[in-house]
Design a binder for this molecule. Structure first.
Ligand code: BES
Ligand code: ZN
Ligand code: ZN
Length: 460
């Protein structure tokens, strides 16, 4: 071992704890992976993010992964080369991402690294690196969309970004505009988006590859994303700084856009359609209000008790429309639906609801492989009954404040055909973070992209 490295270890300057880094001289970087028994693909991804941040500081130009066995062994199970390469590239690209489209002349940040060459001696790892970069690009697209401020990222902007993603990936795109949504009876989307000067829309992006894998021939996955470009709460206005950060209320849709970019780039042999329910929840003379009763796309009437529970209204229409028009075999929705999911589970996982055993196990296996954790919450008949209204079929929020995340899921269940496997993933607590996340730092995480890309890849 190099004497400087020996000295760093002997003196205790470097302990090798998970997350430790120490530059030795100008060419060697020590990275702590923690105890061998805890080493995992997730630790490797996080370490790569750390490494990436140091490499930016020292203006590195290239990285080579040598002696693959050293990267793969150490934990309870031997890591697989492709997966390890993939996780490493993901960590590097996510850890070094930054949004600097909005840097003004007053900032004095160091310029971006123009490029970093990646190489691994091991062939499997090398192909993993290539895949990881593609996935990370999709995640960073989701983060970029999420971070774009609401004065720019309005419903029209989302539609035009969707068209760009579709064009680049040779996908088809369909935009149902405000008047069309009204004609289709999308009372939820129309009510929520009506108060904004920029009217709501529904966007559908379809990836329909010519070559389908045998397993996926009969499948059509539909991903639905809550895309509220800004959530003021509407007349049930958000107070006490609760509004700050609500540009991230489009993170479900942003993730779905990133997923579509990724599966098209990877040419995954599975049919997938993304449906974005896009609206801005504002206050104006034309806004909907508490006590309004609206009729949704499937004819269900809803008494609005809280205009801040707007996500379920736009998603209800999107789900109903998807069931009617797309013949989905599996539906997964991603939504920053409730603050309550963070109260229940913290910001370490998303909460999810799924009554279908097969879909549940597919999602859980994708979660384990991707490192994006999900945790199940119950959705019983009693929860659906809890949403009943005296004046209409259902309420959008029960004034008895309990089980908010489940109320959201119970509401959505009224809009999905019972025979179609469906999962609702509440990402409100994981879509963006105030305190530095070990891979993505502060701000948008792109949560859901790794999970769903893995889920779709497993169907191939
Ligand atoms: N967009 C919010 C949920 C949210 C809160 C996301 C905090 C991220 C951080 C959603 O539209 C909302 O306001 N939900 C209400 C639901 C309630 C009125 C039933 C909430 O969480 O308080
Ligand atoms: Zn809201
Ligand atoms: Zn919202």
């Amino acid at each position: 071992m190099n004497p400087q490295v020996c000295e760093a270890l002997r003196s205790g300057a470097f302990r090798g704890d998970h997350g430790d880094t120490l530059m030795v001289g100008s060419t060697q970087l020590l990275v702590g992976l923690g105890p061998a028994k805890d080493y995992s693909i997730d630790r490797l991804r996080a370490a790569a993010a750390k490494i990436g941040r140091v490499l930016v500081k020292v203006s590195a130009r290239s990285v080579t992964l040598c002696e693959s066995s050293a990267w793969l062994i150490g934990g309870p199970s031997v890591l697989e080369g492709v997966a390890a390469g993939c996780a490493f590239a993901e960590g590097l690209a996510l850890g070094t991402w930054r949004i600097d489209d909005f840097d003004g002349t007053a900032t004095r940040r160091s310029p971006r690294l123009s490029s970093l060459a990646l190489w691994a001696h091991d062939r499997a790892m090398r192909s993993g690196l290539a895949r990881g970069l593609v996935v990370a690009e999709g995640i960073n697209t989701a983060r970029q969309i999420a971070a774009t401020p609401p004065n720019i990222a309005n419903p029209t902007w989302i539609a035009s970004e969707s068209r760009k993603i579709a064009r680049a990936g040779k996908m088809t795109v369909k935009v149902i505009d405000y008047s069309h949504a009204k004609a289709l009876g999308m009372g939820g989307l129309v009510a929520v988006g009506r108060g904004s000067a920029i009217k709501p829309c529904l966007v559908a992006i379809s990836w329909s590859p010519k070559k389908l894998s045998a397993r996926a021939r009969k499948e059509h996955v539909v991903l639905v994303g809550k895309t509220i470009t800004y959530d003021t709460g509407g007349y049930s206005l958000k107070v006490n700084n609760g509004m700050k950060g609500m540009k991230y209320d489009k993170c479900g849709g942003a993730a779905v856009m990133g997923i579509m970019q990724t599966i098209a780039a990877l040419r995954l042999p599975v049919r997938v359609t993304a449906v974005l329910a896009v609206a801005e929840n504002m206050v104006s003379h034309d806004s909907y209000r508490p006590d309004d009763i609206i009729i949704m796309h499937n004819g269900v009437s809803v008494e609005v008790t809280n205009t801040d529970a707007e996500g379920r209204l736009v998603l209800g229409d999107a789900l109903s429309w998807a069931c009617d028009s797309l013949a989905p075999t599996r539906i997964v929705d991603l939504a920053t639906l409730t603050g309550g999911v963070g109260v229940a589970l913290g910001h370490f996982c998303a909460g999810y609801f799924c009554g279908d055993v097969g879909l549940r196990s597919a999602l859980e296996s994708a979660a384990n492989r991707s490192g994006e954790r999900i945790w199940p919450l119950p959705l019983w008949a009693e929860h659906k009954d809890f949403m009943r209204s005296q004046h209409a079929d259902i309420l959008n929020s029960n004034p008895l404040r309990s089980a908010h995340p489940i109320q959201g899921a119970a509401f959505l269940a009224f809009f999905v055909r019972e025979n179609i496997p469906w999962a609702h993933i509440d990402i409100a607590a994981v879509a963006a973070s105030d305190s530095p996340h070990e891979i993505t730092g502060t701000g948008p995480t792109g949560f859901g992209v790794r999970l769903c890309v893995e889920f779709i890849a497993q169907m191939a």
